[in-house]
Ligand binder design. Structure first.
Ligand code: SF4
Ligand code: SF4
Ligand code: FES
Length: 325
C-alpha cells in the first residue's frame, strides 16, 4: 500500500513592508495558516498564500529549481533559497516558519530587496576575463587549472552569503563574499592577464582584508561555492605578489613572526607592527580597558614558550620545502 503523504496545518509568519501603503509604512508581521503537504517547498507555500489568501504578498522567484538565485529569503533567521527548502522538515526542526527579506539588504517591498549594491560590487571587481590580446581567451588549461576555479563558477548570485556576512553588517562598503568569490574566478584563471592589478585593488580598504573569517558565507551558500576559501586564496596570492603595504597583510606577517619569535601571539607587539606607532596610540583606551580586566599582554615580560625550538623547526621545514618546490 502506498503511504499517504503527511499533511499539516502550518502557520507562516511573514515580515511585510510597503513604503507606498497609505496606512502602515513601517515593517510589520502578518501570519497565514496554510495546509502543507509533505515535499512542498517554502516557495510553493508562498505562491499558494499569494494565490489563495493574499494577492498583495510580494516576493521574487523564477526557476523554482535552485538555478536562478532570485528566491533567497531569511527562513527562521537564516538565508536560504525558498525553492530549495522543504517546509515540513524545517517546521519540525524549528517549530515555526518565520520568513523575512534577506538581511544586510535594503527592503523594497515585503520579501523583495534592493540588489543594486550587490551588482555594483560585482561590477567593481571586473567580472569578466581579461585574456592576452588576440588570444580570444583560449589557451590550454589542465584539469588542475580548471579545478582551482571550479567551485566559484557554481555561484547563482543569490546573495545568501552577503546576507549572512558579519563584516558586511558593520561595513556596507565591504565588497562582500559574493563579489570576492567572483574575483577569485578570474584571479585564479591561468588565462587572466590583470591578476596583479586585480589583487592590488582587492587589497585596498573594504576588500579582502575586511573579512573577519566567521565562515557564515560558506555555511549558508546553497551551491557550495565556499566564498571564504576564495578569499583566503586571494589573500595568499596578494601576499605572494608582494602586495603587503596594508593592515591585513601586516597583521598576518606580524602573527607569523610572533609565533616564530615567542611561540604564541604577542598582541601588543602585533598592534604596533600592524598599525604603526601613531595609529597604535589610538588603541590606548582599548589597552586601558584590557588592563582593567587583567587581559593586557606584557611584551617585555612575555615568556618564550617551552619547546620554542620545535616551533621554529616547523618554520624552517616549511621554508625549506617552499624553496624546493
Ligand atoms: S567569512 Fe568573511 S566574507 Fe564570509 S561571511 Fe564571514 S566575514 Fe563575511
Ligand atoms: S556565493 Fe553562494 S551564497 Fe553567495 S551569491 Fe553565490 S551562490 Fe549565493
Ligand atoms: S526560484 Fe530560482 S533559485 Fe529559487
Amino acid at each position: 500500500m502506498i503511504p499517504r503523504p503527511v499533511i499539516k496545518n502550518v502557520k507562516f509568519k511573514i515580515r511585510r513592508y510597503d513604503p507606498d501603503s497609505k496606512g502602515r509604512r513601517e515593517p510589520y508581521w502578518q501570519a497565514y495558516d496554510i495546509e502543507i503537504k509533505e515535499g512542498l517547498t517554502v516557495l510553493i507555500a508562498l505562491l499558494q498564500i499569494k494565490d489563495r489568501l493574499d494577492g498583495t504578498l510580494t516576493f521574487r522567484s523564477s526557476c523554482r529549481s535552485a538555478i536562478c538565485g532570485s528566491c533567497a529569503v531569511m527562513i527562521n533567521g537564516f538565508p536560504k533559497l525558498a525553492c530549495n527548502t522543504q517546509v515540513l522538515p524545517e517546521y519540525e526542526k524549528k517549530g515555526e516558519m518565520v520568513i523575512e527579506p534577506l538581511a544586510n539588504h535594503k527592503v523594497i517591498k515585503d520579501l523583495v530587496v534592493d540588489f543594486d549594491p550587490f551588482w555594483k560590487k560585482m561590477e567593481k571587481v571586473t567580472p569578466y576575463l581579461v585574456p592576452k590580446e588576440g588570444s580570444g581567451g583560449s589557451s590550454r588549461m589542465t584539469r588542475e587549472d580548471a579545478d582551482i576555479i571550479e567551485r566559484v563558477q557554481r555561484c547563482i548570485m543569490c546573495g545568501s552569503c552577503n546576507a549572512a556576512c558579519n563584516a558586511l553588517e558593520i561595513d556596507s562598503k565591504y565588497l562582500a563574499p559574493a563579489a570576492l568569490s567572483k574575483s577569485w574566478r578570474f584571479v585564479g584563471d591561468i588565462r587572466e592577464t590583470k591578476k596583479e592589478k586585480r589583487l592590488e585593488r582587492l587589497s585596498e580598504d573594504h576588500g579582502i582584508w575586511s573579512c573577519v573569517r566567521c565562515v557564515h558565507c560558506t555555511q549558508y551558500c546553497p551551491k557550495d561555492v565556499s566564498p571564504l576559501k576564495a578569499i583566503e586564496r586571494l589573500r595568499a596570492e596578494a601576499m605572494k605578489a608582494g602586495i603587503t603595504d596594508n593592515h591585513g597583510a601586516k597583521h598576518v606577517d606580524s602573527m607569523v613572526h610572533s609565533v616564530r619569535r615567542v611561540g604564541r601571539l604577542d598582541e601588543a607587539t602585533m598592534t604596533f607592527k600592524t598599525l604603526g606607532f601613531l595609529r597604535s596610540l589610538g588603541m590606548i583606551p582599548f589597552g586601558l580597558k584590557m588592563e582593567m580586566h587583567g587581559k593586557m599582554p606584557r611584551p617585555i615580560l612575555f615568556p618564550v614558550i617551552v619547546g620554542i625550538d620545535e616551533v621554529r623547526k616547523i618554520y624552517d621545514d616549511i621554508e625549506a620545502k617552499r624553496k624546493k618546490d
